[in-house]
Design a protein around this ligand. Structure first.
Ligand SMILES: [Zn+2]
Ligand SMILES: [Zn+2]
Length: 69
């Protein structure tokens, strides 16, 4: 059975978007692949990265001042 995979970047305020909310949002496997990328889990499965590629490039994290809510 097909399953839908989605991801939305948790950044609310981001250097990547001139101080605005990161709008990275993926609604399909292809979009997740191109916008977020995957990380490989210990059991060989993969799950979408929490942050979009752009934010990861900027090292966004919940502890980053630029990316707090
Ligand atoms: Zn982002
Ligand atoms: Zn960000």
């Amino acid at each position: 059975m097909p399953y839908t995979i989605k991801a939305a970047c948790p950044c609310r305020k981001c250097k990547a978007n001139a101080g605005g909310k990161c709008e990275a949002n993926a609604k399909s496997l292809d979009e997740v692949e191109s916008i977020f990328g995957f990380r490989i889990m210990g059991d060989g499965g993969k799950e979408p990265q929490a942050y979009c590629r752009k934010c990861r490039g900027l090292r966004c994290s919940p502890n980053d001042e630029e990316c707090q809510n």
